[in-house]
Design a protein around this ligand. Structure first.
Ligand code: SF4
Length: 102
């Protein structure tokens, strides 16, 4: 999830100054259309696609791992808070040793 936020902020940091510079070269009515399209294509759509991938990947972890039933697991971040690591379908950071029921 942090990756999605980071890269969205990077795209915002690049896109908004670029649009600001573009404003002086393009007609104002056209600039609004180009600006809106650029914000959607460069910022919103990639963030949405990345979030959908994260959600799909997270669902597998939430549905089928031991960590999903552990009190140290944060489902919103798909994170083991005890180890500060992200479990996957094939990787349980503690190998089940520190599992505790919720
Ligand atoms: S303590 Fe172990 S079982 Fe519990 S969430 Fe962390 S890695 Fe998973």
């Amino acid at each position: 999830m942090g990756d999605i936020i980071f890269w969205t902020l990077v795209r915002i940091a690049v896109t908004l100054p670029a649009l600001w510079i573009l404003k002086s070269y393009v007609d104002e009515k056209l600039w609004w259309i180009v600006g809106s399209a650029a914000i959607y294509v460069v910022i919103i759509h990639p963030a949405f696609v990345a979030y959908r991938k994260f959600e799909k990947k997270s669902k597998k972890v939430l549905d089928s791992t031991l960590c999903a039933t552990c009190k140290h697991f944060d489902p919103s971040a798909v994170l083991c808070m005890k180890y500060d690591k992200h479990p996957t379908e094939d990787y349980i950071p503690c190998d089940g040793i520190h599992w505790e029921p919720k």
